[in-house]
Design a protein around this ligand. Structure first.
Ligand code: GCV
Length: 645
């Protein structure tokens, strides 16, 4: 609230009409009501106003962009459309008092990525294993509870406001694993989705729905869901038409097909392009898009089979289909080839499908990165992904190749802080801002979040908080799975260490540690050939341990414990040293947070302090299990003689 003070204390003129302009007016009127300013509609004379928010339908700034400037004591935001005005308003809020200080020449702001979406893995029914929200660490769902719509629509509206303030413009309201009740959201329970859409719409957020590929069978009573069957195609066209009758600005469908037990076109001997295009053609007359996920792999593999490599799967399935997808079909690709690990290479799919609209999927919910009990600000990781250039320095960055959008699995629930861990809000905000501008400096975005969250904070708070968050991803990496090898988590819930947790598992995530060495040989010469899925220069860089970056070494190579990293350390000593450092860094972070107690509200401080206790406990457990495991395997002692069990 305090962040709105500079806006609310002033005189504002708003010009333009439409529902989102009403939203803007409502925001400014509310702020003025709290802080004493005044807002006027539709005056022709700008004189006497501190801020003028104007819609000029000239198309100059696109649907969502705006121009911002300050001259002669007046700040102006000019947008070509209502959405742009809303984003312009939040830009002013972000600038705070400085928006009303020095003059600034007009500068244009437009999102680099048109679709900036959060996918909720929210279940309608409570799932016996996954609960209300699959991989949710922020309480229950904002939308569903125990099989019903929660109906707390004001809260959904507040959520839309929060998302607009971060720059997010789309939400998928149900899990990609579509169970029976979620499936019906497409048909007889569509009204519940329409209610959510009505609350999100005033903040420029479009609603999307996950659908099951088997819908024609399970909902429509047809004998098949074959995408080339005429009756099936008609069924989907009818379903899409009914959705648009209820939700005219509906965004489209999200589909997880032939993945982890979800139905898909393979059942009918059809390709994923056939499946996606069938849904795309049902949505096309209404302007909708299908987001088809590329997370397709064999989750029933035999760990004895050394030729199957889960990392290869997305490329192997989808790269041959490049150019076959409809214009309104977007292939939604996880940022790495595996599954949101603390460190993975960037998926080779981004460099392999120039004739396909691609979206990058990241995971704000911290499934493998501490489950919102550990602080792990993912901004630097996401930024590395978005800046990665699959064809080398001359080629485009992933953020530029993501014409289909940027998508994050949501980390939000019904928790009063939205995200369970109050500091995990930084991930939500950073995602939105990087989606708006993938080349943005994540550290600047973090500073924005700190300034907005603690608007009148003394320097001691901002300077204490900044390093806690800035380094938290690398700290988390230091005490968990080393050098890109991934997983080592407890199976099922994925929290806490279990070095061999997935070593003999059908899901296919092995590290192959033995007494001599560790890592997965994914080279083309002697391994699974995954490294060859990259174009030059990366195929060459990753092919050899001599050029592979340290942090990905064990993802690409099986090396002896005595292998010397570019850092000059042996692999085994790196494992020991980083585990100890990681724990020390968390202990230090806990100490710094404790020292900020007088500057943060007591309740919020206690919530974070309690989670730091758990993070310290968890980090020590990781350190000791990983170190002991490798000491026992390798027989190589720690050069510094520290306690390892
Ligand atoms: C929604 C991982 C998660 C699953 C998730 C899946 C996916 O496997 O553990 O919970 O399912 O990814 O992205 O579809």
């Amino acid at each position: 609230m305090e962040a709105f003070r500079p806006l609310g204390e002033r005189r504002t003129l708003i010009r333009g009409s439409g529902p989102l302009v009403e939203t803007v007016h409502g925001e400014v009127a509310w702020a003025c009501g709290v802080f004493g300013g005044e807002v006027v509609r539709e005056g022709s004379d700008d004189a006497g106003y501190d801020l003028v928010l104007d819609v000029v339908a000239d198309g100059a700034w696109g649907d969502e962009g705006f121009a911002y400037g300050r001259e002669g004591g007046r700040t102006t935001v000019t947008a070509s459309g209502q959405r742009g005005l809303l984003y312009g308003l939040f830009h002013v809020v972000r600038l705070g008092g400085t928006a009303f200080q020095e003059d600034r020449p007009r500068e244009g702001h437009r999102p680099a990525v048109a679709l900036r979406m959060l996918d909720h893995w929210d279940n309608v029914d409570v799932h016996p294993v996954m609960g209300q929200v699959e991989r949710g660490y922020a309480g229950g769902s904002l939308f569903w509870r125990d099989g019903r719509a929660r109906g707390e629509l004001e809260r959904v509206r507040a959520y839309g406001r929060l998302l607009a303030a971060c720059g997010i413009n789309a939400v998928c309201v149900n899990n990609v694993n579509v169970h029976a009740s979620e499936a019906r959201l497409l048909t007889d329970r569509l009204g519940e989705v329409a209610d959510l859409a009505a609350m999100l719409r005033p903040y420029g957020v479009r609603t999307h729905l996950s659908v099951t590929f088997a819908a024609p069978v399970v909902l429509g009573g047809l004998p098949t869901a074959d995408p080339l069957d005429e009756a099936v195609r008609q069924w989907w066209s009818g379903a899409a038409a009914r959705v648009y009758a209820a939700i005219p600005d509906f965004g489209g469908f999200v589909v997880k097909a032939d993945s982890e037990g979800q139905p898909g076109p393979f059942t009918y001997g059809r390709s994923h392009a056939d499946g996606a295009n069938m849904l795309a053609s049902a949505l096309a007359p209404h302007g909708g898009t299908v987001h088809w996920r590329a997370f397709v792999y064999d989750h029933r593999q035999d760990w004895r089979d050394r030729s199957t490599d889960r990392a290869r799967a997305a490329y192997d399935h989808f790269a041959p289909l490049d150019g076959e997808f409809a214009d309104n079909a977007v292939l939604q690709v996880k940022h790495g080839p595996m599954d949101f690990q603390v460190r993975e290479p960037v998926s080779p799919v981004f460099g392999a499908m120039p004739r396909t609209r691609l979206a990058v999927e990241v995971q704000a919910t911290q499934e493998y990165t501490g489950q919102q009990r550990h602080v792990c600000w993912l901004g630097p990781m996401w930024s590395e992904v978005l800046r990665f250039r699959p064809a080398g320095e001359e080629g485009s960055a992933v953020g530029e190749l993501a014409g289909g959008g940027l998508v994050a699995v949501s980390n939000v629930g019904d928790d009063p802080y939205w995200t369970g861990h109050p500091l995990a809000q930084a991930n939500l905000y950073t995602f939105g801002r990087l989606a708006w501008q993938p080349s943005a400096d994540p550290l600047r975005v973090l500073d924005e979040w700190i300034a907005l969250t603690f608007p009148s904070a003394p320097k001691r708070l901002t300077e204490g908080l900044r390093p806690l968050l800035r380094g938290s991803w690398r700290t988390y990496e230091k005490y968990t799975a080393p050098l890109g090898v991934g997983f080592m988590v407890q199976p099922g819930h994925h929290y806490g260490p279990s070095v061999d947790g997935y070593e003999y598992s059908p899901w296919g995530t092995y590290h192959f540690a033995d007494r001599d060495g560790i890592g997965v040989d994914r080279s083309a010469a002697t391994g699974t050939g995954y490294a060859a899925q990259y174009a030059a220069p990366w195929a060459g860089v990753y092919e050899s341990p001599a050029t592979c970056p340290d942090e990905l070494l064990l993802f690409f190579h099986h090396v002896p414990y005595a292998h010397v990293l570019h850092s000059g350390k042996t692999v085994i000593q790196h494992v020991y040293d980083t585990r100890f450092e990681g724990v020390e860094e968390v202990e230090e972070a806990r100490r710094v947070w404790a020292s900020l107690a007088d500057l943060v509200g007591a309740e919020r401080h206690a919530r974070v302090a309690e989670r730091y206790e758990e993070q310290v406990r968890g980090a020590r457990e990781w350190r000791d299990q990983v170190n002991s495991y490798f000491l026992r395997k390798s027989g190589v002692p720690d050069a510094r003689g520290r306690p390892i069990w």
